[in-house]
Design a protein around this ligand. Structure first.
Ligand code: ZN
Length: 231
């Protein structure tokens, strides 16, 4: 539960804030925050000077993503930026990433304010150079789907020691292994015999009922996510 005093204290501590005003709504705090800072990155200086409206939910159970903090443009700036959610809020991170970060940091207000500074820096960088400082990413639901997809694939790339999702997909779609398949060439494209390449890894996965069922569920989920977002 976030309290007024706690919020005020954190806002006062944050050195990039010039002034702020807290409006106590019943379920959340609506805070106007004026950021002002010369943000230095690789000897390049970006002037960040934005007033942002931030909503901090009093309920800090972030398993409900409705409770995640949100930031909106208040005066000048980011309307033209591509990283805005459909409701106009800043796409600071995907909900999954934001949830992880806030949980890990423990201090929600400070952690979110830091994220906002990072976001405003990205915006200034983009305005100056026309590209993102750390590469392009998707935002909103698509970003969420991408991060979920990545997490699922990570579980399989490592055991197979493969870095191609397409190859892992091929292996996971093999129904039941039969001994005679050992003499085929491995589906991974290594030109080795299946029996001397990925056969045994796949076999141990298939032997473990729980793992293999989970793999089937994952593949289904990945196909759904990909169909939805590559349409
Ligand atoms: Zn192989």
């Amino acid at each position: 539960m976030l309290t007024h005093d706690q919020l005020k204290h954190e806002l006062e501590e944050f050195s990039f804030i010039k002034w702020f005003d807290i409006d106590d709504k019943s379920n959340f705090f609506s805070v106007l925050v004026k950021f002002q800072v010369n943000y230095e990155e690789n000897k390049d200086v970006f002037l960040i000077r934005n007033t942002v409206r931030i909503e901090f939910s009093k309920n800090e159970n972030f398993d409900n993503i409705a409770n995640l903090p949100r930031a909106y443009n208040h005066d000048r700036g980011v309307e033209s930026y591509s990283h805005l959610n459909p409701n106009g809020s800043f796409c600071v991170a995907t909900p999954e990433d934001l949830k992880d970060r806030l949980k890990k940091d423990g201090n929600v207000v400070k952690s979110f304010l830091t994220a906002i500074i990072g976001y405003l820096f990205q915006y200034e960088y983009w305005r100056k150079y026309g590209v993102q400082p750390v590469g392009e990413r998707s935002h909103g639901d698509q970003g969420l789907a991408e991060s979920r997809t990545e997490k699922i694939w990570e579980n399989y790339l490592q055991p197979f020691d493969i870095d191609s999702i397409e190859v892992v997909r091929k292996l996971l779609l093999i129904p039941r292994l039969r001994k005679h398949m050992k003499k085929d060439s491995c589906p991974c494209g290594s030109r080795k015999l299946f029996g001397k390449c990925h056969y045994s890894t796949l076999q141990s996965m298939q032997r473990d009922k729980y793992t293999w069922n989970q793999a089937k569920i994952d593949i289904r989920q990945l196909n759904l996510l990909e169909r939805k977002y590559n349409a």
